[in-house]
Design a protein around this ligand. Structure first.
Ligand SMILES: Cc1cc2nc3c(=O)[nH]c(=O)nc-3n(C[C@H](O)[C@H](O)[C@H](O)COP(=O)(O)OP(=O)(O)OC[C@H]3O[C@@H](n4cnc5c(N)ncnc54)[C@H](O)[C@@H]3O)c2cc1C
Length: 458
């Protein structure tokens, strides 16, 4: 006899926060048949991966890269109707520096071959690396594979690289920029285990998982806006400009949610069977702390213990005809020489409306922020002009510097990250900071949203 699926009890759920974790939780809950209301304090969906309207152009709050290994993000994007072929530019794994740069760089490009051949050929063909660097990279990869990408005890990336006897050149041109880009934390303070997890799914993975995906659409359009339309067609609703102020348990087992903002007509309250707090660790802690009669102190302590790292993106607009040879390059950053840029992206090769726009990324940018926008943009433009031996790059038409001071948590060794459970029935937390193999990324946010949805009524 065919096994009968248990009948679904349809419930009402409030999701607080319209970043990628909140959107993922909302979609998964609606997919399971629940009636979802998503609250986002800002006017634009996307949180730390969102569109920003400026006087000159529509930009992102920061250039993002996804990996082919972001399986849950890509699955949900597809589910809500995003055409992945149009939405992202797929590039093979690479670390390519401007070839004319006076600062010695390298050219590492994984060819479109099955794994692990793609890495082997990339290594053999890599330019700018000496034999000892290539042997050192091969040794790293073989040892990490042999260890199953798993450490007995976590340590810093800096210590790991020493232990694996990595050459100075490889550290400078490959490991440090990869660590900064992936963990947004300098190697001397970053978790080696989380770094290994990322490498397992990039350097050590199948070719398609190691692909780098560059968004062609703005970050809100890339998933959150599409998730919002999908929710509306699945009996859900999305309220942007609606900040949740308080969350309380009502006597009947329901949760009372109070919100304010234009979108909810001033002040507003309603009751829900369940709530997912997808509004960053520190904001979730404020709401959890104020729940009457619940002891959330241990969880709140954990949520407020995260330290933040900043990311700065410097947008430089040139004539529309200006085009780099590749959509992205790594740059040698030398802060002591005021050369802060770590990667440059030619936005015009991603979106024709952004012709001539370059985005230069500076991860772990805490110290850089002090420069002031004009000085920083000027220094970055000079760095590009020198790196590409192209004087025109030194004189952009306009610039816009966007710094997210709390871009990600600092991904330190042996961090203990909370799970989705709050210990309170019908209340879960979601966000890039919850327990995960990954650092703070879109994929960890999305996986966390999915986990919160799955655990809410268990
Ligand atoms: C500049 C930058 C570059 C990055 N680069 C990459 C990259 O290349 N690749 C990658 O994978 N990741 C990258 N990340 C990390 C990635 O963007 C984040 O990990 C992810 O967006 C976090 O999503 P989240 O849903 O967990 O949190 P958030 O995006 O912070 O979402 C929380 C949302 O809750 C809302 N909110 C807060 N309080 C309330 C309230 N009381 N009521 C209603 N709403 C509320 C906030 O407005 C916000 O929209 C980058 C981040 C930044 C900032």
């Amino acid at each position: 006899m065919a096994k009968q699926e248990p009948a679904l009890t349809r419930r009402t759920v409030a999701v607080v926060g319209g970043g990628w974790s909140g959107c993922a939780a909302a979609v998964e809950l609606a997919r399971a048949g629940h009636k979802v209301t998503l609250f986002e304090a800002a006017r634009t969906l996307g949180g730390r991966a969102r569109r920003v309207a400026t006087d000159d152009a529509t930009l992102d709050n920061g250039q993002h890269i996804m990996l082919g290994a972001y399986r849950d993000t890509l699955r949900l994007m597809k589910l809500v109707g995003v055409d992945l072929h149009q939405a992202v530019l797929k590039l093979p794994l690479q670390m390519r520096y401007p070839p004319l740069s006076p600062a010695p760089g390298m050219d590492f490009l994984a060819p479109r071959l099955p794994a692990p051949l793609h890495m082997l050929v990339a290594l053999l063909r890599a330019k700018g690396l000496e034999r000892e660097d290539k042997l050192s990279l091969a040794r790293f990869s073989t040892t990490a594979r042999w260890m199953g990408w798993q450490l007995h005890a976590d340590c810093s990336v800096g210590e790991l690289l020493q232990r694996f006897d990595q050459t100075e050149r490889l550290i400078k041109l490959m490991w440090r920029p990869l660590c900064l880009a992936a963990l947004n934390t300098p190697p001397e303070r970053a978790s080696a285990q989380i770094f290994l997890n990322v490498l397992r799914d990039s350097l050590g993975a199948s070719r398609s998982a190691s692909d780098m995906l560059l968004p062609r659409a703005d970050l809100s359009a890339l998933f959150p806006d599409a998730a919002c339309r999908w929710l509306a067609s699945h009996d859900g609703s999305v309220r942007t400009g609606a900040k949740v102020r308080s969350l309380q348990r009502a006597g009947n087992g329901l949760w009372k949610v109070d919100a304010s903002g234009d979108a909810v007509g001033g002040n507003w309250s309603a009751y829900f069977d369940g709530v997912v707090l997808a509004n960053t660790a520190s904001h979730a802690a404020v709401l959890l702390h104020d729940i009457a009669g619940a002891d959330t102190s241990a969880l709140c302590t954990q949520l407020t213990a995260f330290e933040s790292e900043a990311i700065t993106t410097c947008y430089l607009q040139y004539d529309a005809g200006l085009k780099l040879d590749l959509p992205m390059y790594a740059l040698v950053d030398q802060p002591d020489r005021h050369e802060w840029g770590q990667f440059v992206f030619d936005r015009g090769q991603l979106d024709s409306k952004q012709a001539g726009l370059l985005a230069v990324v500076i991860s772990a940018s805490g110290a850089v922020v002090e420069q002031g926008h004009a000085l920083l943009a000027e220094a970055v433009a000079v760095q590009l002009a020198v790196a590409f031996q192209w004087p025109e790059l030194g004189a952009p038409r306009w610039f816009k510097v966007i710094t997210e001071k709390r871009a990600t948590f600092a991904c330190a060794p042996a961090m203990i990250r909370p799970g989705n459970s709050t210990g309170l029935s019908g209340l879960a937390i979601a966000g890039d900071y919850t327990a995960s193999d990954y650092p703070a990324t879109l994929e960890s946010a999305v996986r966390s949203g999915i986990g919160a949805a799955a655990s809410l009524f268990v």
